[in-house]
Design a protein around this ligand. Structure first.
Ligand SMILES: [Zn+2]
Length: 493
């Protein structure tokens, strides 16, 4: 019998005696079976920010067993089982682990990178408290690659967040990203695959290590969706992009009929479709095709019109803004000292920074021409997020990891701060990173809040993120699927 329970028993016994009743034996009988939630891990004494929108709860214990939350109780109401791991969180703040819903392990562009790039991205995400992520294709992003990754994670060979996947993204030949950002030899290799593939089949770039399918007809697009559904993917990603403008704006736009066919086929398999867009006309095509959300904010102003915005809100249209992507194109070249941020350098090495410098990405002179463009784009996406948020459109945290200087895990904290700058309250920014992410992939039974039955993915902070969102960086510990993460072992790898 625990001290706390004894005290509770004494209190109730006293109440019975004072009332003159003779029910003492019954009361003592009740006292002999104290409530003991099942637990193999207990986070004790924290202020819990559960992300449902309820006020924070001080002095709270979170009980966890077999990777799931079993009870949330005022501290001391129940004692943990003797063999449970106790995580002392007195004075700390516990929120759900973060989600990054726009991740690529890399974009398949030439350049230096470790042999285990995918594993490194996963380790770093987890290190910084990202416990769920959505992969949107590109390197190691095919259905088969994602399934292989799940198997390796299941066997404990790879550590990382819970991985949600779309499989490869669907795009038209002649457009983004292959015909915009890829160098000619890769583009030629892709074209050779297209040439060797019947028109009504998706031309999968899997032999190039890329989760990208080039589709020329609605029939080919439907087949691609079927392959992803059969492989257990969680959503479908399409690329609806006539630019990006620095690569010319004359690339073909995915026809609305093809988008509709993809949405229709996906719905038959209970999957949602999310689109890469960057301009209003692409967003309008995606909306006309019936997609459930976009994975970039639109970087042209003025946008959205009130009508379009209201329509987006009515449709529960999820918008992953990727503000940190746009910001990354300017922030470090304008002020390279930001690369010295100790929180960043807990994982990112001198060699990596040097590689960006060698590639000319930190040379303000060389980048002078593109800086005004990216500054305008960043202002535009920031303004769009503010507008969409005002209109009630759900905003979801995503960073576009895989792009240069979008640092896995670290950028999720940058994105939180950008969202607050864009007009969300700290709680709303936290919800963008948690419950809104779970809603986006329709998995709210599993994650997104601190509630009984959910996956025990927890971020424990030394300071209150509701008082200042930058406190999300004050990480004391990370718990993923009910296990305390050994952050030191992940650091710098
Ligand atoms: Zn992306």
């Amino acid at each position: 019998m625990t001290t706390v329970w004894r005290e509770a028993c004494r209190a109730s016994t006293r109440a019975v005696v004072l009332s003159g009743s003779l029910l003492l034996p019954t009361v003592l009988g009740a006292c002999s079976s104290p409530p003991m939630p099942e637990a193999d891990l207990v986070v004790r004494g924290a202020t819990v920010i559960d992300a449902t929108g309820s006020p924070p709860r001080a002095d709270t214990d979170v009980f966890v067993r077999d990777g799931r939350i079993t009870a949330i109780l005022p501290t001391g109401e129940a004692e943990p089982p003797a063999d449970a791991t106790i995580v002392d969180a007195a004075g700390a703040f516990v929120m759900p682990g973060l989600s990054d819903m726009h991740v690529h392990f890399s974009l398949g562009l030439p350049g230096p990178g470790p042999d285990d790039q995918t594993e490194q991205v996963l380790r770093r995400l987890l290190y910084y408290g990202v416990t769920s992520m959505l992969n949107l294709g590109a390197t190691d992003g095919s259905t088969e690659s994602i399934r292989d990754l799940w198997a390796r994670m299941e066997r404990g060979e790879v550590q990382g967040p819970t991985v949600y996947g779309t499989g490869g993204h669907l795009t038209l030949p002649g457009t983004h990203p292959v015909w915009t950002i890829f160098p000619p030899p890769r583009r030629e290799a892709a074209q050779a695959i297209v040439d060797a593939t019947p028109e009504d089949e998706p031309a999968n770039l899997y032999p190039l290590g890329l989760g990208i399918s080039l589709v020329r007809t609605a029939a080919a697009a439907r087949r691609a969706v079927q392959e992803r559904a059969a492989g257990g993917m969680h959503a479908i990603k399409i690329t609806v992009e006539t630019g990006p403008s620095e690569f010319g704006d004359d690339h073909p736009l995915m026809p609305v009929e093809m988008i509709q066919a993809i949405v229709d086929e996906a719905a038959a398999h209970d999957l949602r479709v999310f689109a890469h867009v960057s301009s209003p006309h692409e967003l309008e095509a995606a909306m006309a095709g019936g997609v459930a959300g976009v994975v970039h904010a639109v970087s042209e102003r003025p946008f959205p019109s009130t009508t379009v915005g209201a329509d987006l809100a009515d449709r529960d249209f999820h918008t992953v803004a990727t503000l940190s992507l746009y910001d990354a194109f300017i922030r470090y070249v304008e002020d390279p000292s930001r690369l010295d941020d100790p929180f960043l350098r807990e994982t990112v090495t001198d060699e990596e920074i040097e590689a960006f410098a060698q590639a000319g990405m930190l040379d303000a002179g060389a980048e002078a021409d593109s800086l005004p463009f990216w500054r305008a784009e960043t202002d535009a996406v920031m303004g769009e997020v503010a507008d969409l948020h005002r209109l009630g459109v759900p905003i979801v945290l995503g960073t576009d990891v895989g792009n240069p200087m979008v640092f896995a895990g670290y950028s999720a904290h940058e994105e939180l701060a950008h969202l607050v700058k864009g007009g969300l309250t700290p709680l709303e920014a936290i919800q963008a990173a948690t419950i809104n992410a779970a809603r986006m992939v329709e998995d709210t039974e599993e994650f997104g809040t601190i509630e009984v039955g959910k996956r025990a993915d927890l971020l424990i902070l030394d300071a209150d993120p509701l008082a200042d969102i930058r406190n999300s960086r004050r990480i004391r510990s990370v718990i993923a699927r009910g296990r305390l993460v050994d952050r030191a072992a992940l650091m710098g790898n």
